[in-house]
Design a protein around this ligand. Structure first.
Ligand SMILES: O=C(O)CCC(=O)C(=O)O
Ligand SMILES: [Fe+2]
Length: 368
């Protein structure tokens, strides 16, 4: 395991639970400056954390390495009206360029929505799992349930770091209606070693191209390979998010929290470099995108409700350096943003089940 010196702040989950009064100012400072951080000391809250994390990576590697292409095709995302399931290398796009990764997309496990109008309610539905590896579903679901807890704790503390009415931030992430739960997605991803351009590789292709996450809060576990980079919003410099080998998670906020925070906190641009063709194996990562209910309306915390010391800063214009256009998923209703994000990444799935004639939101292209 590498023992790199982290270039991003390391915050402690144990401190978040035991000493919120010292954790909250550190969290605020981190989100005002860096936008990305490591979360360590999760073991103190979940004694089985290291084993559960390892089990999640073990079932993921077994899936990518052992399940046949025929079985993967049977659980392919194009079979799902709900944009769930497996996508092979080259079938997902970021800003129109193929991503060099293979993945399973998962969401909250529910039946299809009973009346899927508006169209984005079609995003609710069942996941697709590999039939030959039943431990994949149970292991990944158990891991996901830890992340739901950690994300809720962090969300509340992010709310408290901004305002004495944290429910202004947290409300869109709660639902009383079982047909419209919070729409948190999760991916199990493999980045295979890729040939460089000139030796068969596509010019400009990355593991995943530069983007800012569209959801609320991203909690990412990565193996020891490395390759994730974040673009510092103040200088535009790319820095490595090196794995620390401590069972840590990498956290960043998505465009939803950027918007809710009156743009005080930045949803930072990031990317994954291709795995070198000389690497003996694929890089694995498991990002979890903790997100609001699809029907929720997202309105920024009013400046007058922010902590007094943040109000002047919220009024200032902030220049964010980013290789890609930002704010591209700005919508009032979260479902519309989620729909545009996923249909843009998986145009073929959208065309198969919906297409321009049937889609009032406009799928990959914004309408109205
Ligand atoms: O795999 C990673 O390290 C990052 C993936 C990512 O940024 C994403 O899927 O949004
Ligand atoms: Fe991302």
């Amino acid at each position: 395991m590498p023992t790199a010196t982290p270039q991003l702040p390391v915050l402690s989950y144990a401190e978040a639970l035991n000493s919120p009064s010292t954790f909250i100012p550190a969290l605020r400072e981190t989100l005002l400056t860096s936008g990305f951080f490591y979360l360590a000391d999760i073991q103190q809250a979940f004694p089985t954390w290291d084993a559960d994390l390892k089990a999640a990576f073990d079932v993921s590697r077994r899936f990518f390495e052992e399940v046949s292409v025929e079985e993967k095709e049977g659980m392919a995302m194009r079979e799902s009206k709900h944009f769930r399931g497996w996508s092979g290398v080259g079938s997902e796009r970021t800003k129109g360029v193929v991503d060099l990764r293979e993945q399973i997309d998962l969401g909250p496990e529910t039946p299809p929505h009973p009346s899927p109008a508006p169209i984005y309610l079609s995003l609710y539905g069942p996941n697709l799992y590999p039939p030959s590896q039943p431990s994949f579903a149970t292991t990944i679901s158990a891991y996901r349930s830890h992340l739901e807890i950690i994300a809720r704790v962090l969300l509340r503390l992010i709310g408290e770091s901004l305002t004495s009415s944290p429910e202004l931030l947290t409300a869109p992430f709660y639902s009383e209606d079982p047909t419209t739960p919070p729409y948190s997605r999760m991916k199990v991803v493999s980045y295979p070693p890729a040939p460089p351009p000139g030796e068969g590789g596509e010019e400009g292709a990355l593991g995943v191209g530069a983007h800012a996450d569209g959801g609320g809060l991203t909690l990412l576990a990565q193996d020891s390979t490395g390759g994730l980079q974040v673009q510092k919003w103040d200088t535009g410099e790319w820095i490595d998010v090196t794995p620390l080998g401590r069972g840590e998670l990498v956290l960043n906020i998505g465009q939803v929290i950027e918007n809710l925070s009156a743009d005080l906190y930045t949803s930072t641009t990031h990317r994954v470099l291709p795995v070198p063709s000389t690497s003996p194996r694929s890089r694995l990562s498991i990002p979890f995108f903790f997100s609001p209910v699809l029907t929720s309306s997202l309105t920024s915390i009013p400046i007058s409700k922010l902590h007094p010391e943040l109000q002047a800063q919220a009024l200032k214009e902030k220049e964010v350096k980013s290789e890609v256009k930002r704010g591209d998923l700005k919508e009032v209703v979260f479902g519309r943003a989620a729909w545009r994000g996923i249909t843009r990444s998986h145009v073929e799935v959208w065309e198969r089940w919906y297409g321009a004639e049937k889609d009032p939101v406009g799928g990959p292209e914004r309408k109205g």
